[in-house]
Design a protein around this ligand. Structure first.
Ligand code: FMN
Length: 358
């Protein structure tokens, strides 16, 4: 019997070393071996944020399709949007292997990949060819800096310029724990310098092309509420379209069962959920609901997605649950979310955003 990629992913996840399983999953999707739902998200899940019409709020988080090899195929499995990257200007190998670890008992992952990617030129070529072939859907491009670059703005700026016309939105990733010094860019002075520099570049590109791309900021779960208050103030005072909360955590909650909890890197999956959810709640309060937030961290069911939306997220993303569950998950969560919204009497997903904060 033919096996779809969900079954293959699950099988690979159990049998193969982590990175080999990931490469096998990407390869099988590239060949088109994934479920293609006939299900179309109901119009109650559609909403416009920062000028983009999202058919559903359920997206694939950055890091799965680092080089934008399969963005078109991922969209076809039922995700409302996909974020590709993190991409850096130059290709780089990332950290020595092993650097990706399954914490099976916790349904979690720890990674210290370190922005392994093929560089912005390869990503551009990949996106160009998929767009040329009629790719349908929203693709965000998540940008970062090369490990050996001192001047962060130069790298983020180069990636923004090079990929400007290939992204529907751009995410400024200052929160990965595996590039030394990266998270220090979340500190007020540096963040202002970086964002002001990028906004200037974006505005020049907008003038030149006649299209202004939305810039989003992706932050860590390991910030204090004071850090978040500073970030909220900085973002609200600038032309930044939204905030993604959160990246992986360097914390190791006591409840972790797996012996691999001792590995260095960013933890993702269900153990991250409380931190990410609290970050969304706090940021929704700090931004007074004025800015779309993207909630990500440990979401593995429609109920989880709904909790993030009610806490203040306009959109949600996931990654780790896909590794454990396979590509059928996008449709499962999308269907379940529509049911939960209808049950509570919401006519559109937008009406539920921040419902628990009101
Ligand atoms: C293996 C792996 C690689 C990741 N790579 C990136 C990345 O390149 N850029 C980024 O912004 N986030 C990256 N992330 C973080 C995810 O986008 C997401 O923020 C985080 O994993 C929490 O969501 P989850 O619990 O649903 O996985 C990565 C996560 C994992 C597990």
């Amino acid at each position: 019997m033919a096996m779809n990629s969900s079954a293959l992913m699950a099988l690979a996840a159990g049998l193969l070393p982590e990175e080999t399983a990931h490469a096998a999953a990407v390869f099988s999707v590239k060949l088109g071996m994934m479920p293609l739902p006939s299900y179309v998200p109901p119009s109650m899940l559609a909403a416009t944020h920062f000028g983009l019409k999202f058919p559903s709020p359920v997206g694939l988080a950055a890091g799965f399709d680092k080089n934008a090899e399969i963005a078109d195929k991922i969209l076809a499995t039922g995700f409302g949007f996909v974020e590709v990257g993190t991409v850096t200007p130059r290709a780089q190998p990332g950290n020595p292997k092993p650097r990706l670890f399954r914490l099976k008992e916790d349904k979690a992952l720890i990674n210290r990949l370190g922005f392994n990617n093929a560089g912005m030129k390869v990503m551009r070529a990949n996106l160009e060819s998929q767009r040329g072939a009629g790719m349908l859907g929203i693709v965000g491009v998540n940008i970062g800096k090369n490990k050996d670059t001192e001047n962060a703005l130069a790298d983020y700026g180069a990636a923004l310029t090079h990929l400007y016309d290939q992204g529907d939105y751009i995410t400024v990733n200052v929160s990965s724990p595996n590039t030394p010094g990266l998270r220090m860019l979340q500190e007020s002075g540096r963040l202002i310098e970086l964002l002001d520099g990028l906004i200037e570049i974006r505005n020049a590109e907008a003038e030149r092309s006649g299209r202004k791309i939305p810039l989003l900021l992706k932050v860590a779960p390991d910030l204090t509420s004071e850090d978040r208050a500073d970030i909220a103030k900085i973002v609200l005072a600038r032309d930044i379209a939204g905030i993604i909360l959160t990246n992986t955590t360097i914390a190791r909650p006591d409840a972790l069962k797996s012996a691999r909890r001792i590995e260095t890197g960013g933890l993702s999956g269900p153990p991250l959920l409380p931190y990410a959810l609290a970050s969304v709640k706090d940021m929704y309060r700090l931004t007074e609901g004025k800015l779309p937030l993207v909630g990500v961290g440990g979401i593995s069911s429609a109920a989880d997605a709904y909790r993030f939306i009610r806490a203040g997220a306009s959109l949600i993303q996931l990654y780790t649950a896909l590794v454990y569950r396979g590509f059928g998950l996008a449709e499962e969560i999308t269907r379940g979310l529509a049911d939960l919204l209808a049950k509570d009497g919401f006519a559109n997903v937008k009406d539920a955003v921040g419902a628990d904060a009101k």
